[in-house]
Design a protein around this ligand. Structure first.
Ligand SMILES: [Zn+2]
Length: 125
């Protein structure tokens, strides 16, 4: 899970839109070989969709980060805040502006609204 960017479908049969070779190269060029979640620079890396594609995340630079295999695997296709928070504060600043906007507008809000059964006003995030 979360590592299926090269496949057309993930383990659940959901269609995943793969990143192109150029796109992957661009993400590595922007972020370097450093995990956006744990910051490691000594691991196998993959490109991760911060907001999973099936959750509405787009196949665009602002939603793509470099992640180590361990984090990518652990994160899977979840939108748990613990996987979003480190991203927001990660020293690799280049990614953050766009990703942050996307997260605030979409993922956090949607997630919180869902978790609270709609008790959280969408506008509070
Ligand atoms: Zn990591």
């Amino acid at each position: 899970m979360g590592s299926g960017l090269y496949r057309r479908r993930d383990g659940y049969g959901r269609v995943r839109v793969g990143t192109s070779r150029d796109q992957r190269r661009a993400v590595y060029g922007r972020d370097g070989y450093q995990c956006a979640y744990c910051g490691t620079t000594t691991a196998m890396f993959q490109i991760d969709h911060v907001i999973p594609f099936w959750q509405g995340g787009r196949n665009v630079m602002g939603n793509l980060v470099v992640a180590c295999v361990g984090c990518n695997k652990a994160k899977g296709a979840t939108l748990e805040p613990r996987w979003l928070n480190p991203l927001l504060e990660h020293p690799v600043e280049k990614v953050r502006a766009k990703a942050r906007r996307g997260l605030e507008k979409h993922a956090f809000r949607q997630r919180l609204v869902k978790m609270t059964g709609g008790k959280v006003e969408a506008t509070s995030y």
